[in-house]
Design a protein around this ligand. Structure first.
Ligand code: ADP
Length: 186
């Protein structure tokens, strides 16, 4: 069966780290999202994003889409199908607002992981360690999106696998177990 590992959690918790681990160790590709922002130097279409015009963007079938400033961003059914052509198991990072629409539509195809840390102050240290700009970190930690992603709607409690990412080695072991279960259930 085609499956998707959906990953949510606050900034700095380790979502990118987890998707990179799954990609490097198991060749599990991530679903590429779309944007109408211009391509930056060094970027390639279909790697960081699918780069769209407003017209091509508006033709897609979205799970969710948002506008930041004058640019649109979104994740689509088309991109998920493209990822599934590469692999029966794929990953996607989502925010906690978006997750319900995926779970409702993809049902048992979706395996939802919400990443946590035991001490929220660690998130700031991780963002500093990642090299983010301090002013941007302060803005981010103060944003309503960050506060929203710090917890999960209890309605989703029976659909989520909570994964504590205090210790990356333990996280990797747990991911190994999850991948094994998802591959064996095929
Ligand atoms: P997110 O994508 O959720 O914003 P990242 O994956 O970019 O978070 O992780 C933020 C920073 O924390 C990165 O520098 C990453 O290397 C580091 N990191 C991730 N997981 C751990 C962990 N378990 N322990 C310590 N540092 C971690």
């Amino acid at each position: 069966m085609q499956r998707i590992i959906i990953i949510a959690g606050p900034s700095g918790v380790g979502k990118t780290t987890v998707t990179n681990y799954l990609s490097q160790k198991y060749n599990i590709p991530r679903v590429i999202t779309h944007t109408t922002r211009p391509m930056r130097k060094g970027e390639k279409d279909g790697e960081s994003y699918y780069f769209e015009t407003d017209t091509s963007f508006n033709k897609l079938h979205f799970f969710e889409h948002v506008k930041y400033g004058s640019y649109q961003y979104g994740s689509s059914r088309e991109a998920l199908n493209k990822a599934w052509k590469k692999s029966d198991l794929v990953t996607l990072i989502v925010d906690t607002d978006g997750v319900k629409s995926y779970l409702d539509e993809l049902k048992e195809k979706a395996f939802f992981i919400y990443l946590t840390v035991s001490q929220p102050h660690i998130l700031r240290q991780r963002l500093i360690g990642r090299g983010d700009n301090i002013e941007e970190i302060n803005k981010r930690l103060d944003s309503k999106e960050f506060k929203r992603d710090l917890s999960l709607n209890p309605e989703l409690n029976d659909k989520v696998h909570y994964l504590n990412n205090d210790d990356l080695n333990k996280t990797k072991e747990e991911l190994d177990e999850i991948v094994k279960i998802l591959k064996d259930s095929n």
